[in-house]
Every structure is written in C-alpha cells, then in structure tokens.
Design a protein around this ligand. Structure first.
Ligand code: HPA
Length: 276
C-alpha cells in the first residue's frame, strides 16, 4: 500500500470546497500553446495552480497554469491548462500532485497533449499524432525515490489501445488526419542536436519532445488509463530545414489548437457514449 499523500488530500479537499469536487471521469493536460480547448468547456470554473497545495507553477511561456473543471461534450472533465516540466527545476515528479488529485477526484482516464518535433518529413508541422509508446532518453524518472513496491510500474500497455482506437474513430468523425508514432523524451531545455535526433530515429522514435513521459509513468502508477496526442510544431533538428525555436513551437501549436480541440471533444463524446 502506498502512503497517503497529505498534499493530495489537502488539494482535493480545497477543490471540493470550491466546487471542483467531481467526480470526473476524464482528465486532460494541455501542452505548449494548446490551451484552446479550455474555450470549449461549458459551466467551467477554474483555479490558478498557485492556489492549490502541491501544484507547480509552470514557468514556461505558452503554459497557462490553471485547473479547469467543466463539461466537454456533456461530460464532466478536469483540464490542467499547462504543465510544469522536469527541466524547470530538475524534478521529474513535478506533476505528481496534480495527477494524484485527478485520480482522487475520480479520473480513471487521462489524455495528455504536447508539442513535438517530427522525425518524419511526411508528418510535418500541424500534424496530429497519437502516441503508441515512448523511449525515455532523459535518464530521469518521476518514481525515483518512491519507496513502495508500486514503483515497479509495468509499461507494456502504457498507451491504452482502447483509448487510442477511440481517438482514431473521433478523428475520422471530425475529419482530422491522425497519425501514430513513438515519442522520445529528451530532458531539454536545450533542443536536440542533429546527431541526437538521428540517434532517436535509429532507435525507433518518430517524435522528440521534452514532456509527457513522466506524466505517463505517474498516471500508470496511479492506475489511470493513458492516451497521448502530440501536435507536430516543427521537424526535428537537422531534418530538412528543421531548426526548432520556442517561438515557432508556440505559434505552430496555437495554429493547430482548433483541430486539437475538436478532436478532443469528439473523443470525450465517444468515450462517454461507450462507457458502461
Ligand atoms: N524538440 C523537443 N521538443 C520539442 C520540439 C523539438 O523539436 N518541438 C516541440 N517541442
């Protein structure tokens, strides 16, 4: 048994007092420039991360830092607008309390979104990709230091096949092209070198990025099913004219925000229609 986490209980208690008590079936984390789907929330209320015990304050431009609760496609969802990254303070477990709170408020399925660089020129900027697996090249893990045997989290089915099937069906319904790919996590915050991008490609990666993987590990630790969607904002360093910059990443992610928001709404609608 894991030790109860006092910060999680404090945060969940505070959110319940503020009317964000749930239960919520689904939680969504939005990555760089991808806060657009918050606009589609109905009956939404929100709280800044800064007011919630144990929540990080994202210090990256393009990341909001607010927790929203509301209805998407009629279903109650929690939306974490903005994430903190391992590279901000060297802590790969920086999103642990938010994800534990999502679980405590009922979320059993988690959708993670991010911006990434593509290693496949045919899957260029603006493309949406459902992650099928990852390669952790960071040397970090959010469960380092976790004492219980629960730390030995199996990762074989980390990206849930059933949720991914619903993502594809939702994309088809919404008329949005959706690719599949494997995501390689580099710690950042510097972008990769061309040699690192070539290495990631030889190891089997389709995308490179600086987030998401620690959240997948934590979500599996808490027993949540995970789906992850990436918005390609650029080609990886050294591929074609790939020379990523953060401003370009934010702008390209924002341009794809509407497609992503439509896809996520269609996804949630399908999940709630298929729930027992
Ligand atoms: N590398 C790492 N992270 C990223 C990239 C990239 O090329 N693009 C968007 N996030």
């Amino acid at each position: 048994m894991r030790e109860p986490e006092p910060q999680v209980e404090a945060a969940a208690g505070l959110l319940r007092e503020q009317g964000l008590g749930g239960p919520f079936a689904y939680a969504i984390v939005t990555g760089t420039g991808l806060g657009a789907l918050v606009r589609d929330l109905q009956e939404g209320i929100s709280v800044p991360y800064a007011q919630i015990p144990g929540f990080p304050s994202p210090r990256v431009s393009g990341h909001g830092g607010r927790l929203h609760a509301g209805r998407l496609a009629g279903e109650r969802v929690l939306v974490f607008e903005g994430r903190a990254h391992a590279y901000e303070a060297g802590d790969a477990g920086v999103m642990r309390v938010p994800l534990a709170v999502a679980h405590a408020l009922g979320a059993r399925s988690l959708l993670l979104t991010n911006a990434s660089g593509s290693l496949r020129p045919e899957v260029g900027p603006g493309s949406l990709v459902a992650l099928t697996d990852h390669i952790n090249l960071s040397g970090l893990n959010p469960l380092i230091g976790e004492a219980s045997d629960a730390r030995f989290v199996p990762m074989v089915a980390a990206y849930d096949a059933d949720l991914r099937m619903h993502l594809h069906a939702a994309a088809a319904e919404a008329g949005i092209a959706l690719h599949e790919g494997i995501y390689a996590w580099f710690s950042g915050p510097s972008f990769e070198t061309p040699a690192e991008v070539r290495m990631a490609g030889r190891l089997g990666a389709d995308l490179v990025g600086m987030s998401t993987v620690p959240e997948v590990i934590l979500a599996r630790f808490y027993g949540m099913r995970v789906a992850a969607l990436s918005v390609v904002t650029n080609l990886g360093a050294g591929i074609g004219d790939g020379d990523p910059h953060h401003d370009e990443t934010k702008a390209a992610a924002a341009r794809s925000g509407d497609d992503l928001a439509r896809l996520v709404s269609a996804f949630v609608a399908r999940l709630s229609a298929s729930a027992p």
